[in-house]
Design a protein around this ligand. Structure first.
Ligand SMILES: C[S@@+](CC[C@H](N)C(=O)[O-])C[C@H]1O[C@@H](n2cnc3c(N)ncnc32)[C@H](O)[C@@H]1O
Length: 282
């Protein structure tokens, strides 16, 4: 079979699991095996694919039809225009989380400090920590996670982006490992209500439970994080955390409880869902 025929067979298989992006996913898997970019793939549509490569593509397609997420199969995911290594030890970074990065960059400018200390709680792959360190040159970032295996992936990513000395990794529960004062606290914590977990897509259920489960109301970790943050924030400073689209009212209430004088704003993502809460502490 040539490249075009291989792509057609792969996308037909992927359509059987109802993938809306079957063609695109087939392209990603084929390019992953052939180690070619998109332009080369289109140039070589009539070229033959070796028997060995065909077999490898077929076995990746099979894994995908068994609902393994595409990013776990390729071991890679783009976030904030940057490449990240991922594995089943970490949540696959989501596009909507880029809102946290955009907002933190704007807030860093308005804090107007010569050095900015950022803490990313629940760093997972390190996607937020790395993106912030690269886009805020005056920052030093501490990335915290409770999962040792997640920190191994975050370590690979900070090194791949040349940030070994500017992104420090600490293992621990939320802010427990932080003794420094924080200028920007950013977090995409687990926030799915425990009783909603079983109704998640099969792909999502293959991500680490510790990255998803936010307790009985989904806000357990956010509550603890805000409590711990009270005497760790500098003045002025900023807290920014991601929420599920139906948690805004409760998350604002909690924020007011712990930071009564903060300016609190709910931020919407590109799909117009309430996706993050910003606290400006002055
Ligand atoms: C939703 S994932 C976010 C990963 C990454 N920041 C991102 O946005 O792609 C939540 C992360 O929080 C970590 N986590 C869960 N409970 C934690 C806790 N008590 N303290 C620190 N990290 C925790 C998980 O291991 C997971 O990596």
């Amino acid at each position: 079979m040539n490249v075009k025929e291989t792509l057609n067979v792969a996308s037909e298989e992927l359509m059987k699991i109802g993938s809306l992006d079957a063609r695109l996913e087939a392209e990603v898997l084929l390019r992953h095996v052939l180690k070619i970019d998109r332009a080369t793939m289109f140039r070589d549509l009539d070229e033959d694919v070796s028997i060995e490569d065909s077999g490898n593509i077929a076995s990746l397609v099979k894994r995908r039809t068994q609902r393994e997420p595409l990013a776990y199969i390729t071991g890679a995911k783009e976030f904030y225009g940057l490449p990240f290594v991922v594995s089943e030890e970490v949540l696959i970074p989501r596009q909507e989380t880029e809102l946290l990065v955009d907002t933190a960059i704007v807030q860093a400018k308005s804090l107007d400090k010569s050095e900015i200390s950022i803490v990313d709680v629940g760093t997972g792959s390190g996607a937020i920590a790395v993106s912030l360190a690269l886009n805020i040159p005056t920052s030093s970032v501490i990335a915290v996670d409770i999962s040792e295996s997640a920190l191994t992936i975050a370590d690979d990513n900070r090194r791949a982006h040349g940030l070994y000395s500017r992104v420090k990794l600490r293992r621990g529960n939320l802010l427990e490992p932080i003794v420094e004062k924080i200028d920007i606290l950013v977090s995409n914590p687990p926030y799915i209500r425990s009783d909603k977990l079983t109704s998640l897509q099969e792909e999502v259920l293959q991500e680490p439970m510790v990255a998803l489960d936010g307790g009985y109301d989904g806000l357990e970790l956010i509550k603890k994080l805000l409590f711990q943050a009270v005497d760790k924030m500098s003045n002025p400073s900023v807290i920014l955390f991601e929420i599920d689209s139906d948690q805004a009212a409760e998350a604002v209430k909690l924020s007011q409880q712990f930071f009564p004088s903060a300016i609190i704003t709910v931020l919407k993502d590109l799909s117009n869902n309430e996706r993050a809460v910003l606290l400006e502490i002055r």
